[in-house]
Design a protein around this ligand. Structure first.
Ligand SMILES: C[S@@+](CC[C@H](N)C(=O)[O-])C[C@H]1O[C@@H](n2cnc3c(N)ncnc32)[C@H](O)[C@@H]1O
Length: 381
């Protein structure tokens, strides 16, 4: 696996975040290289302000910070941390890092975009750009050619402006567009829907997981969550819109709930949904974080987790595994991790390896999902 990006006389040492002992994936892709190559043919005057959207681990930010003023906006805490570490590793010039919930910066001369997986987020970013940048600012977006569909280009045409594409190179394609101020289509800043059987109304910012309807796993999990009058410390790990946080808070009226997600929009949605559905703030904490990095060991009694199995376009179970090991470390003795997953993901066996077979029980299952409870029986690492 390569960790040095060497192009046009510039070398960058780039690692993914978090750093895994047996990492097999690179911290940049051929799409990043295509954008960099493009500037050899069509250079931009040095010192101009480039806005980079959705840089995954900071390859573009590092590269362009050498000659340009760079702002990078992301919805991902993991990308933020990865970019920051790579910028430091390469002693790059300062880059302004922005969350997806921050306003776009002023006076941008060029926009570079890694096209996000989620179309609702793409539409939101395109309509933000159209309202924010002037028509003479070029937007250059990139993705794998097989992920740029006619429908993707239609979204660019509808929400940003006239759009054309490049030839494919190393299976990637560039998309060129500019803001057309005569267009009127806008994207809703959030959408809301009800879960009447649990008396919940949920607001979802554009990049929230399952933002258009309740996740089927979450729906099943909601029916089986534990309740207690004790003053437990509970963590909703990978909280998304906070649906599990809201329900567990109602079932455990004296508990303190910490809602954690790596998506800034998820954390903001969870915060709004707790305020809206529970009308209280005191017993809640919201944190954008990578799993439970830097959480105090033995500091909580219950972790709820509906883990992801994708990181951007990459299918992976390393995040679920990190969530499980972090949970074990963060639980007090006799504390419990409750996990929901598709049956085929084999969580019973995985949790058995971590917590000991006898400490893992199936709470409920149906044809698709299984809910597993793992108890921390002994104090260990
Ligand atoms: C399957 S969704 C579950 C969302 C919500 N809890 C539900 O049940 O509908 C998994 C969540 O994990 C979050 N996530 C992904 N990687 C993460 C990480 N490294 N640290 C924390 N959260 C992460 C995703 O943003 C997503 O919101």
């Amino acid at each position: 696996m390569k960790t040095t990006l060497s192009l046009h006389g510039q070398n960058l040492s780039l690692l993914r975040f978090p750093k895994l002992p047996k990492e097999t994936l690179q911290a940049w892709d051929a799409g990043d290289e295509y954008i960099i190559d493009h500037f050899q043919d069509a250079p931009l005057e040095k010192g101009k302000h480039i806005l980079i959207l959705n840089d995954q681990f900071g390859a573009l930010s590092c590269w362009f910070s050498k000659d340009y003023q760079v702002s990078m906006q992301t919805d991902s805490h993991v990308s933020w941390q990865g970019s920051l570490k790579n910028l430091q590793r390469n002693e790059c010039n300062q880059v302004q890092l922005l969350r997806s919930t921050d306003p776009l910066p002023e006076k941008v001369d060029l926009v570079l975009m890694k096209i996000p997986k989620n179309n609702r987020f793409l539409v939101w970013q395109l309509s933000q750009l159209r309202q924010h940048i002037s028509p003479d600012v070029e937007v250059i977006a990139v993705n794998k050619a097989n992920l740029i569909h006619t429908s993707t280009l239609k979204l660019f045409e509808k929400y940003l402006g006239e759009t054309r594409t490049s030839l494919a190179k190393k299976k990637h394609r560039l998309v060129f567009s500019r803001a057309d101020k005569t267009l009127t289509a806008t994207s809703e800043p959030s959408i809301s829907w009800d879960v009447p059987e649990h008396d919940l109304k949920l607001e979802n910012l554009p990049n929230v997981y399952s933002g258009e309807s309740l996740d089927l796993g979450a729906r099943f999990f909601l029916e089986h969550l534990p309740s207690s009058d004790r003053g437990l410390d509970i963590i909703d790990l990978g909280c998304g819109n906070g649906v599990l946080s809201a329900k567990i808070a109602r079932l455990n009226p004296n508990a303190h709930i910490t809602s954690v997600d790596e998506s800034f929009m998820a954390v903001e949605s969870a915060k709004r949904n707790i305020a809206r559905n529970l009308g209280e703030k005191k017993r809640f904490t919201f944190r954008a974080n990578n799993c439970l990095d830097k959480f105090e060991p033995q500091s909580c009694d219950l972790v709820l987790c509906n883990p992801p199995f994708h990181q951007q376009n990459t299918v992976t179970d390393h995040i679920a595994w990190q969530m499980f090991t972090d949970s074990k470390r963060t639980l007090r003795k006799d504390g419990e991790l409750w996990v929901i997953g598709n049956r085929h993901l084999g969580y019973v066996a995985k949790l058995g390896r971590l917590f000991g077979k006898n400490n893992v029980k199936v709470v409920a299952s149906n044809s698709k999902f299984v809910i597993v409870r793992a108890k921390k029986a002994v104090i260990s690492k």
